[in-house]
Design a protein around this ligand. Structure first.
Ligand code: F6P
Length: 379
């Protein structure tokens, strides 16, 4: 019998965090289970900083709200935690035992970890230390392994699509090429899907290193049809053949977290396009617009399904799994399959080298559809 469960939200925020929290709390209340929320993700777990969640108080009216009522932490790997002593000396320490002790002291029967692959990697590591954990897949990038979709992704695609629509009219008015940079560090799902939804001419994604001459060809082809404007969607992790991702800054958050800030991929493309075509080319970076604000109806429903399913799994004694959507059906997979050492799909180098990441594959319907209708993918 479950008595008390806790939620933590970790990693970059997405629209839908609150909808998941609400669904877990509501399902818990229906079954007389108490629900806590750790503040700022794994930081809250480490500091034992939590609040009680209930629909009578804080977990009501939050379905359409962006952000997270319990915060979220960036770069908080408690297995390799950055500690700065009073003399300013930096060290990295494994503080996971303290977290485990907190959970035992608080008599928490299960923790729900709302996050992407780094979050679920830590979740899996906690299961190896005896905690009962259920993950819920979050990220606007849609790149968590073993699920068809993460919450937050659909909202990000909607925001990007609206941006493309707006750029279209100004591009057409002034006969310009407009490049839109969207998020997607390793995976180009947002770029690809929004390019199709918004009717863009070119989509450059991290999975397909691009040849700028192919992009120029696509623009010239449009010119030959009398269209002197165009829209290019650039995933922030897109890189030219033989080139690197565009990085604006690095940080030192320790091992196991992402330490590079991406930016400039679209600007790099725009500069070359203008030089090679002579057409005025400008850049818009969508950035955090993709994460903030109210979730789409789709994300509200998906988040609610994921939250309710996670609580149902806990009540049925099924732990150490991730809730997933596969072929339209809610299900679950072992966390080990998602982030464990049995990598099957898309392991990438970098801060998440130990994790799986679900990349766009060349046989995906989105790739096929894009190619069918003549969207240039830079290859
Ligand atoms: O992982 C999600 C994501 O949105 C990436 O697409 C992007 O590179 C990153 O977050 C940005 O995070 P930060 O604000 O920490 O640089």
């Amino acid at each position: 019998m479950l008595k008390r469960v806790a939620i933590l939200a970790n990693g970059g925020d997405v629209s839908g965090f609150n909808a998941v929290i609400r669904a877990i709390v509501k399902t818990a209340e229906e079954n007389n289970i108490e629900c806590l929320g750790f503040i700022d993700g794994y930081n809250g777990l480490l500091k034992n900083n939590y609040i009680k969640l209930s629909t009578a108080t804080n977990a009501s009216g939050i379905l359409p709200k962006g952000g997270s009522i319990i915060g979220s932490s960036l770069n908080a790997n408690v297995f390799n935690y950055k500690v700065i002593d009073e003399n300013g000396n930096v060290s990295y320490q494994d503080l996971s035992e303290k977290c485990v002790q907190n959970v035992k002291d608080d008599e928490i029967d299960c923790i729900f970890t709302l996050g992407g692959d780094s979050t679920q990697k830590s979740a899996r590591d906690f299961t190896l230390r005896g905690l009962k954990v259920i993950g819920v897949p979050k990220t606007i990038d849609n790149d968590v392994a073993c699920t068809d979709i993460t919450f937050g992704y659909n909202t990000a695609v909607s925001v990007a699509t609206e941006a493309i629509d707006r750029l279209h009219t100004t591009a057409e008015t002034h006969n310009r090429i407009l490049c839109l940079e969207v998020m997607g560090r390793f995976a180009g799902w947002i770029a690809l899907e929004s390019a199709i939804a918004g009717g863009a001419d070119v989509a450059l994604i991290p999975e397909i290193p691009y040849d700028i001459n192919k992009v120029v060809e696509a623009i010239k082809h449009r010119q030959a049809m009398g269209k002197n404007f165009g829209i290019i969607v650039v995933g922030e992790g897109a890189k030219p053949i033989g080139g690197e991702m565009a990085v604006v800054a690095t940080r030192d958050g320790g091992a196991g977290v992402i330490n590079t800030q991406l930016g400039g991929a679209a600007q790099r493309v725009a500069k070359e396009i203008e030089e090679l075509t002579g057409i005025t080319t400008r850049t818009t970076t969508l950035g955090y617009m993709q994460r903030g604000g109210t979730p789409t109806a789709f994300d509200r429903v998906l988040s609610t399904k994921y939250g309710a399913k996670a609580m149902e799994l806990a009540m049925n004694g099924i732990f150490n799994v991730l809730t997933v959507l596969k072929g339209g059906k809610l299900s679950y997979v072992p966390l080990e399959d998602v982030v464990g050492d049995n990598k099957k799909v898309g392991a990438v180098q970098g801060g998440t080298a130990e994790s799986n990441v679900r990349l766009v594959t060349m046989d995906d319907d989105l790739v096929k559809t894009a190619r069918d209708i003549g969207i240039c993918l830079g290859d």
